[in-house]
Design a protein around this ligand. Structure first.
Ligand code: 2P0
Length: 327
């Protein structure tokens, strides 16, 4: 049996300047650039085996076989990689998620990045990280950023070739940490893909969102390169607020916020006003992520322990880019 095997580990990321809406939903070309922080603890390990003997592609997530009908995004990545390397057989994909749902983080970014990396590792050369980023993007937009460690910039581009991510600074060059307040760890009611599409189609604020985000990109890049925590935090908080304003202004309107989301926002403001510098960011769900410097992680956690259970508070630090071994 002629087998080719590849492996990759990719970490999740949290957007500082958010991706929210596409101009092309087949290629996953976003309306605006985005910038993210890759996180250390949460990752996906994926092994891909190609064999001429297989008769279909199969995907095992945490050892459970995925329904082939739910494999469209996996197939998009696989087909693109197979085409690039001229491979005609099928694949067995074995993926282990180390992104506990209880951590309030999504796993599609690390999952699709690890899939792209392992598939390319099996068939060809993994040294072109920008190309891995393009393949990951075809699975999930935010996955394009999970190829790299530290702080990462996804260029929106205008076609498959020009839409990929790049590292701005490495994980050891930035003092930026995240304390997640897990308000609800259940699956979100309105998936990001649908939420962003509805917003882009119906919010009169949407063009302003795109323009404001693209304008903030050079400011965020400069702030990151200077390790200017205040500026990074202010830009990140504003980006999250603007993104959530587009959902409120869509028609029919919706919000990802729960009552405790507002409570946590107010507490972040209170803590900041008391002299402990921190900023919030929020994704397509109710959980609030608090950005802070290393010296304040314990103080931030201790403050929030007064209002939330200890298990609801999850700390993450900057993480590394994709790896092709387990160590
Ligand atoms: C982000 N989110 O920049 C934004 C902020 C959620 C809020 O990227 O449709 O799962 O697969 O490209 O990548 C989540 O969206 O969406 C996301 P698709 P994805 O992190």
């Amino acid at each position: 049996m002629n087998k080719k095997q590849g492996f990759a580990r990719a970490h999740t990321n949290i957007a500082l300047l958010k991706y929210w809406g596409k101009v092309d939903s087949d290629l996953i070309l976003p309306a605006n650039d985005s910038i993210s922080l890759t996180l250390d603890k949460f990752y996906t390990d994926t092994k891909v085996t190609f064999s001429d003997d297989y008769t279909s592609d199969r995907f095992y997530l945490n050892r459970h076989l995925m329904n082939p009908k739910k494999m469209q995004r996996v197939n998009r990545v696989l087909e693109a990689v197979k085409n690039e390397f001229g491979y005609q057989g099928y694949a067995k994909i074995e993926s282990e998620n180390h992104v506990p749902t209880s951590a309030g983080l999504a796993s599609s970014a690390s999952g699709m990045a690890a899939l792209a990396g392992a598939a390319v590792d099996a068939l060809g050369d993994v040294s072109d990280l920008n190309n891995l980023s393009r393949f990951a993007r075809l699975g999930s937009g935010s996955a394009s950023r999970s190829i790299f460690g530290g702080i990462v910039h996804w260029h929106r581009g205008y076609d498959h070739q020009s839409s990929f991510a790049e590292q701005i600074v490495a994980e050891d060059e930035i003092d930026l940490n995240m304390v997640t307040i897990v308000i609800d760890h259940r699956k979100k009611k309105i998936k990001s893909t649908l939420g962003m599409q509805h917003t882009a189609e119906t919010s009169p604020f949407y063009p302003a969102w795109v323009e404001a985000t693209n304008q903030a990109v050079p400011e965020m890049i400069a702030a990151v390169k200077e390790n200017n925590f205040t500026k990074i935090g202010e830009l990140a908080e504003h980006s999250a607020s603007m993104m959530h304003a587009t959902t409120l202004s869509s028609n029919p309107s919706f919000t990802y916020f729960a009552p405790e989301t507002i409570q946590a926002i107010k507490l972040v403001e209170q803590l900041r006003n008391s002299g402990i510098e921190c900023y919030y960011t929020i994704d397509a769900g109710p959980n609030v992520k608090v950005l802070c410097q290393s010296k304040n992680i314990t103080r931030v956690r201790d403050f929030f322990k007064n209002y939330f259970a200890e298990e609801q508070l999850v700390v993450a630090k900057p993480g590394s880019g994709i790896k092709f071994t387990k160590n």
